[in-house]
Write a protein that binds this ligand. Structure first.
Ligand code: PLP
Length: 402
């Protein structure tokens, strides 16, 4: 128990050895479906991890991971004449370049390694779409089966990805919260054969996502001043905090950056939790940013306690601001993001309190190709069909006359 990574309850601090059948702390878990999870477990006790070897910060041996690269996505400083970021160094961490196109791969990668280590043939997940397509993809790589529960309104591209990866797919009447409960019920009925990858519930989902912080630190050679993160359930947010906390705990840095979580004003349960001190059991999210659409954020208690402890903030942006940000992000950085992933950029544009000369990282969590219907719903100039170059002048004249 002392030399290996083990679980510790984030609330009562009890320790448990790492096991695929343990999800949340048995002492702290409460039964209500209508509140965030109590007793989320975290992984502690890595000994002497090394920043050059990110696997040394993970609790499953490297040989069990699927043989496919995940993470180490590009990070670069944005230099664009259009962007008005004079006194700010703006960096983009492009997690759309993960295997299945989103940050979720970081968690699926680690959960898949756990399933492989303990001989689970299948992994089940509830998801607004990205965790499902991600887990389906990683299961395909590892030769495991995947079972996914998704809301009926999941964007078509995410469903198609799951189909291509061979997942068993169930569309659930209702939203993510219904899918979440059904997937838990289903997994419980097949306890020994199916591992749950439900986000926040399986502790390794948070642990897997922390690798993005380790990479940011490794690639910048320092902790940035600010990081903007789109948030729904608050698992990416908690994972990012866990990564920076590990860097402090294992002696690599002496502080945690200021983290700004960004939510749609139409899906802002975490915001209520942080600033009003409670989660509304009857809250109904309704946003075009489907990956952020959550009524009861599973990692709500953990994420808000991190934000309080490290002076993080939550900003709200409107759906229109998210759509404007989606287009502007493409123009200014070259990254084509799905609306949820562009929300962080919308928050960045709106934020007023930057210290002079600060470094800012935008975590871009998911690809624009994952929701083509939404991308197509923005208004663009019509694309002309031509049969000779001569027609171009004619067309341009018409454009001017509009
Ligand atoms: C899942 C997801 C988020 C939100 O992450 P949470 O852990 O639910 O807060 C943001 N953007 C994208 C693209 C996602 O897939």
């Amino acid at each position: 128990m002392t030399t290996f990574p083990h679980y510790q309850c984030t609330q009562c601090k009890s320790s448990f050895s790492l096991s695929p059948t343990l999800y949340v702390c048995p002492h702290c878990r409460k039964k209500q479906k209508s509140e965030p999870l109590n007793g989320i477990l975290e992984v502690v006790n890595y000994g002497s991890p090394r920043i050059e070897n990110i696997f040394s910060f993970l609790p499953v041996e490297r040989k069990y991971f699927p043989a496919v690269p995940i993470g180490s996505t590009p990070l670069w400083k944005v230099q664009n004449p259009h962007s008005k970021t004079s006194s700010i160094e703006l960096y983009v961490k492009n997690d759309t370049l993960n295997l299945t196109g989103s940050t979720k791969d970081r968690a699926s990668y680690l959960v898949t390694a756990l399933a492989t280590k303990f001989n689970y043939p299948a992994i089940c997940v509830a998801s607004t779409g990205n965790a499902a397509s991600s887990q389906a993809g990683l299961c395909a790589c590892a030769g495991l089966s995947s079972i996914v529960f998704i809301p009926e309104k999941t964007p078509q591209a995410k469903v198609l990805q799951c189909q291509h990866y061979g997942a068993k797919i169930f569309k659930v009447a209702g939203g993510y919260d219904q899918a979440y409960q059904m997937s838990l019920e289903y997994t419980r009925e097949h306890d020994q054969k199916i591992l749950s990858r439900n986000t926040a519930y399986n502790p390794l989902t948070i642990e897997g996502k922390k690798t993005v912080s380790l990479e940011i630190f490794r690639d910048m050679g320092k902790v940035p001043d600010y990081i903007f993160i789109p948030a729904g359930d608050g698992v990416i947010l908690s994972g990012v905090y866990k990564g920076f906390r590990d860097l402090v705990d294992y002696g690599f840095s002496n502080h945690v950056p200021k983290i700004i979580a960004v939510q749609s004003s139409q899906s802002c349960a975490l915001y209520h939790g942080l600033y009003q001190g409670k989660f509304d059991q009857n809250y109904q999210a309704q946003t075009i940013a489907d990956s952020l659409s959550v009524n009861i954020p599973q990692a709500g208690y953990l994420a808000t306690s991190y934000l309080s402890k490290y002076q993080g903030e939550i900003m709200l942006v409107s759906d229109q601001e998210i759509l404007d940000a989606q287009r502007e992000l493409s123009l200014n950085t070259g990254v084509f993001a799905e609306p949820s992933a562009a929300a962080g950029y919308a928050g960045f544009k709106k934020y007023q309190n930057f210290k002079l000369n600060s470094s800012v990282v935008l975590l871009i969590t998911g690809s624009g190709f994952k929701d083509m219907d939404r991308a197509a719903s923005l208004s663009f100039n019509p694309v002309p069909l031509i049969s000779s170059v001569g027609e171009i002048d004619l067309f341009t004249t018409r454009e001017k006359q509009r």
